[in-house]
Design a binder for this molecule. Structure first.
Ligand SMILES: [Zn+2]
Length: 248
């Protein structure tokens, strides 16, 4: 049995409360259901991250959060089971020093764009981050026929490579990931990736042919600036809704 890595140290209670609240927010917004997860890089250690033990996101409390190292091993002797797909998080943090938070979900409106040749495009300003492009990770390319899960460092590393410098990536016949340089940015992007996908389905159903008048990459860059303020306002609303039903 391998020895549990040492903890990087305690995390402020308000940070843990915000991370637990983010799980509730994603559930309330229809991004996660019984499955799906969000993590936060440890505020004091680049090589550690925090996420809940394996459990439904809407039931997470701050006491359910576990510290992991970048091998996906629980730290400080914590023996609670982590999610099978925690390697998504460890490998994105390893590949992307700028990323502080990662969301993985199976939100349904997004999945079709990983199954067909229609790329996801930015349908409106709040999804400006989509305009940079949304790569699709096809697990078959490197791993052949699998159970579809990102259940080890090698598969996680391949997914992180497909994500590259983007904010969102799709996993063929599985789901998606969204990342941010703050917890709030990752939550905002996960929510608006799902909303954007719904709008694109509506637009495609209405369209009589020809390309959609989606945001260009340049418009996306410009529109992503004011989105920082929009994300803060959205967080204020969503976080207060969680606080109203919990004591954290
Ligand atoms: Zn998954």
């Amino acid at each position: 049995m391998t020895k549990s890595p040492a903890s990087a140290g305690p995390v402020a209670p308000e940070v843990l409360a915000d991370l637990a609240a983010a799980s509730h927010i994603l559930a309330a917004q229809g991004v996660v259901d019984a499955m799906g997860h969000i993590s936060l890089r440890h505020p004091d250690a680049q090589d550690r991250f925090l996420m809940s033990r394996a459990m439904p996101p809407a039931l997470v409390t701050p006491a359910d959060l576990v510290e992991f190292d970048m091998n996906g091993d629980a730290c400080g002797g914590d023996t609670r089971s982590g999610f099978l797909e925690r390697f998504i998080h460890s490998e994105v943090y390893t590949a992307r020093a700028d990323v502080m938070s990662v969301v993985h979900s199976h939100s349904p409106s997004v999945i079709p764009f990983g199954l067909c040749d229609k790329p996801m495009q930015a349908m409106f300003h709040n999804a400006a981050f989509v305009a940079a492009g949304v790569p699709v990770f096809d697990i078959r390319t490197k791993f052949g026929t699998t159970d579809m899960l990102i259940c080890d460092c090698v598969r996680g590393g391949a997914l992180a490579e497909t994500l590259g410098d983007k904010n969102v990536a799709l996993l063929r016949a599985h789901g998606s990931i969204a990342v941010g340089d703050t917890l709030q940015a990752a939550v905002f992007r996960a929510v608006y990736t799902e909303v954007n996908a719904r709008i694109q389905h509506w637009a495609l159903a209405l369209a009589s042919g020809g390309p959609l008048a989606a945001l260009s990459p340049e418009e996306g860059l410009l529109a992503d600036e004011p989105n920082q303020g929009a994300a803060a306002r959205a967080w204020q609303l969503w976080r207060s809704n969680v606080r109203a039903k919990t004591n954290w």
